[in-house]
Design a protein around this ligand. Sequence first.
Ligand code: UD1
Ligand code: CA
Length: 467
Amino acid sequence: MSYFNLNAIILAAGMGCRMLSDIPKVLYKIGGKCLLQHVIDAVMQLGVKSIYVVYSSNNGRNIMQTIDTRHYTNIPVHWVLQRHLIGTGNAIQQVLPVINDDEDILVLYGDVPFISCKTLRELYGLKSKCDLSMLTAILNNPDGYGRIIRNKEGMVINIVEHADIIDNIHNTIKEINTGIFVAVAKNLKCWLHEVTADNIKNEFYLTDIVHIAHASGCVINTMHPFDLFEILGINSKSDLVVLNRKYQKKQADSLLSSGVMIIDPNRFDLRGTLVHGQDVCIDINVILEGHIVLGNRVQIGSGCILKDVVIGNDVTIFPYSIIEDSKINNFVSIGPFARLRSGNNLLGNNHIGNFVEMKNTLFGKYSKAKHLSYLGDAEIGEYVNIGAGAITCNFDGFKKQRTIVSDHVFIGADSQIIAPVVIGKNATIGAGTTVVKDVADNDTVISRTEQFSIACHHKHSKTKNSV
Ligand code: UD1
Ligand code: CA
């Protein structure tokens, strides 16, 4: 099917009063992506001629800054201002003047994020047999949605908005308006011309076009989405929470079916994309953000947070570790309670233990930092042992300085390495040393004072005084 004549209009001008928030509703996120972006991505996948997003002066700047249209080269996204928020019908009218009469229009709502390309394709196919092809759904709990009214012959004749229901019969209707439909621009222009604001909200309802279309003898056809999940809308924070959980459960189930062991699919969050190998196991309450790559036999313990991380094979991340923007090669163990901030590259066969913080550090093969260290802006060679509590002092008060530790170095516990400094190969730093200057290859340095007993010292000085 060709989509060169199809334009999508996405309504996103409302502030979402029921969210009780200053953040525009369509910018709330599910799966790391805002609601409006989900809709734009689905339409992009469909491949329409143009996309028109209706915004308002309240939310426009925010929306345009947040929505990423850069990676779409061939489909233009136009932003159309709705000056007064007086209803969905009025929102569509802001776009219609720029669309030719013979072009088709697909209407979508920015707060119905999970519509699929597959369903949209079917809906557009249905349009060739009628004047208005509508997506409707049967919901056990239709609260909040417009209800579809059919005549005795089963033809759609009207939509009654939830707020306008006064009739008990309407209350029993389970078929709802998803808000998504296709019509040719010429018809839509005529129908909308007749819409009035004669309803409980005094708004120009887009949904009124249905009884107008029916009255003018137009043919209205309907279909249901492939999955009910696709048409669920978000009006409140509790809708958002419910839909987010459904979305996460779907992702977890799909990962399970592709072989990833998700210990509890109800306690899993992927807020981005995951590429994985075989026999990956993810324990409860793990949050994966951005783009994550996990090799074969990677185990992620409970409570870990990973963002933009690439992990090789045979890696274990113990519970409650936080790793961001880092690369971890094969045979590494990290945590529990480790924090890897951005820019680390662990070259393989490493052990990073509890309460170790690492930033912008290249960590050579077979090197270890097993307890309580801070390594920042460092280059650590192979087979290096970083003792418990050893830290790099990388900030001189003005800028970050680098620490270079060569292969086979032993850094004793509780040492401070004051950067910039280079520690040569096979060097040994005694425990408690403050390294202030470069250390030669094979050298052993120590800077702590000799141990003495205060009690003796005191006694000695007392005797002296009494003489
Ligand atoms: C709307 C439909 C309802 C349908 C439901 C599906 C109308 C009148 N009602 O109700 O039949 O069951 O969606 O989710 O259309 N918007 C604008 N400008 C406005 C008002 C709203 O752009 O002046 C945008 C909003 O930002 C939102 C979308 O239109 O993205 C829908 O508006 P909303 O107020 O959420 O409508 P519902 O009450 O959910
Ligand atoms: Ca809505």
